[in-house]
Design a protein around this ligand. Sequence first.
Ligand code: S3P
Length: 439
Amino acid sequence: MSESVVIRPLEKPLRGSIRVPGDKSISHRAVLLSAMAEGTSQIRGVLDSDDVRSSIRVVQQLGAQVNLQIMPDGSLEGAITGWGAKGPSQPDGPLDCGNSGTTARLLMGILAPWGIEAELTGDESLARRPMQRVMTPLSRMGARFSPQDAQTLPITERGTGRLDPITYESPVASAQLKTAVLLAGLSADGETRVIEPAPSRNHTELMLPAFGAETTAATRVASVKGPVTLRATDVVVPGDPSSAAFLLCAAALCPGSAIQVEGVSLNPARIGFLRTLEHMGVNASRRSDGAKGKELSGILSVEYCDRLHGCEVPAEKIATVIDEVPILALVAAHAKGVTVFRGADELRVKETDRAAAVIEGLALMGIDAWMDGSDLFIEGDPMFSTSAGLRFDAKGDHRLAMTWAVAGLCGANPIEIQGFDAVSVSYPGFLDDIRMLAR
Ligand code: S3P
């Protein structure tokens, strides 16, 4: 049942330090690579959310043994024993990927080298998202899908023990697509390469060497050499910068605020939003405090800014802010002048059409936003504030739910959000964390 929640304006500024839950992308990879590996991996700091639970559920159906506990800080920690060289077992029913595009697309690559037949399904939102982009390269490697021309789930995959390595020029910068091909490539005899139009997040390339697989990564090219069986290892997941972004953007908008988020991934492919805030005039900073494996981690800080101005995010940087565009668009709505996100087409195929949803939500508040070709424009108004009686629809999308929540928290009137419970996909404790910072 989708829940409607009323969000009231903050009575106090956001102040102090906080940690956010584990990174969603890295948590998926920790679970999935451990499930593929020979032996028992120990994983820590894993995000406990609906999306990651989808990955956990499907690897259990495929024969991995998962023994994770919920820790006092809400993270998941424990052991996963993978199927290793013997491969996954034939599942006894469909593999339900829930709302998780990462689970579905990475799984397609993981299943490609094995002679089992598996049907992949997902919820209403996932069942509308494009899957051909992953099926095309995997089919070229030898995997079979039915229906062959299916664009969306449900799709049945049959793998093969004789995958061919490929060099794939991807038409989109997508870490899910890249990862699916690389994970399949681990079982192909030779080098599998993915060339992207712009670099997407590189968590897979950074994590694979710990599992014993050689990877190379140049700016737009990632490759693996197969065949190789992954070997169990230990993974510690840093905090999620995409979750931190909602707290940090709220701080930029709420007078008197100054916050730090600790233990967050500082992967450059993920903190483009901080650079964007800086370009808008926000006093923001990052400080490294070490690394979790090959992932840099550290502290992100942001202060309230009363002089926001519009800025331009070029197409070659859009992948580094793609999950943060909705919340950055809300910040842009408060800025003087126009902000443009170039090459933002991918927004149309996220959990919902985020370009349309952002334009619609901002229009409700009287802010003009529009798409021109692939570019998203927002005409800000520094005097703007929320009027009474606003009602937003999260459209089943966690990042929209949190974006409209920040509009309410930093606005002048209570607002209502239909379907706010979508936050459980990536950041179930979002409102609790906001309350903690506003004490
Ligand atoms: C993700 C990659 C991105 C991102 C998504 C998670 C991942 O999608 O938007 O939330 O974990 O690989 P694309 O692969 O479409 O870029």
